[in-house]
Design a binder for this molecule. Structure first.
Ligand code: ATP
Ligand code: MG
Length: 243
């Protein structure tokens, strides 16, 4: 079976005045459908740059990106937007919700771009919010929700288009430990339903939820291996998080 994601020798450089920053030097990776990958590495190692490329928010300066059999490396902005709308769900550290809109409207937003009728949008957004346990908060605005609830809204929004990949860049970065566990539980449920997940985190205990850990350094993949702790974790729980 063809991998969901194939990256070959991906590079991304930024040119600022006379300075050239090689945020990604050469990254080659394959990710299969249904994998749960944690992306780790020091600040500035290129994780978000890579996530932006994976999520078709940005294109590489060199290399090939094949997503679901389609070469997306050289697409126009419009073509990329189309791929984004159908294939990708994003969850960010800062939730990125529209502050003046209700949870329902925030979740329904991607469906507007997808050209779905208003009635259907509302129906699907309601279901998506119910699936993350927020059926009783649909009319709340972001500032009327807790941090964990806001991130649940963001997760519901990410899932609304049935994307093939969920990309999460430090989704628990602004949450306390208890709320982080809740959100990771949700991410695990989503994974268990067959979704592919790529998650950036600085926290080793969060990365232990993943089945594979890719570590980056200076724009390169430093190592890439299965999470050998996963069986132990399934058996005994995550050590730091035990009550
Ligand atoms: N738009 C940009 N213009 C110029 N340089 C950039 C830009 N975005 C990122 N960089 C540089 O590229 C490198 C990689 O940045 P990136 O945001 O991918 O790191 P990161 O691994 O996500 O770090 P963090 O853990 O702090 O989020 C950094 O040196 C950064 O300064
Ligand atoms: Mg980052």
């Amino acid at each position: 079976m063809e991998p969901l994601i194939t990256l070959r020798d991906i590079g991304r450089k930024y040119v600022i005045g006379t300075e050239v920053i090689h945020a990604l030097k050469s990254v080659s990776l394959t990710i299969n459908k249904g994998e749960f990958v944690a992306l780790m590495g020091p600040s500035g190692s290129g994780k978000s740059t890579l996530m932006n490329i994976l999520g078709c928010l940005d294109t590489p300066s060199k290399g090939e990106y094949i997503l679901n059999g389609i070469n997306v490396s050289h697409m126009t902005d419009n073509e990329l937007a189309e791929v984004r709308n159908t294939e990708i769900g994003f969850v960010f550290q800062t939730f990125n919700l529209l502050p003046r809109n209700t949870a329902l409207d925030n979740v329904a937003l991607p469906l507007i771009y997808a050209g779905i009728s208003k009635e259907k949008r509302i129906e699907r957004a309601k279901t998506s919010l119910q699936n993350v346990g927020l059926g009783n908060r649909i009319d709340h605005k972001p500032n009327e929700l807790s941090g964990g609830q806001r991130q649940r809204v963001a997760v519901a929004r990410a899932l609304i288009n049935n994307p093939s990949i969920i990309l999460a860049d430090e989704p628990t970065g602004n949450l306390d430990t208890k709320t982080s566990i809740e959100i990771m539980g949700l991410v695990e449920d989503i994974h268990a339903r067959g979704n592919t997940i790529i998650l950036v985190t600085h926290e080793e205990d969060i990365a232990l939820h993943a089945h594979r850990i890719v570590r980056m350094r200076d724009g390169l993949v430093e190592n890439d291996y299965p999470n050998t702790n996963i069986q132990k974790v399934a058996r005994e729980g995550i050590p730091e998080f035990k009550n």
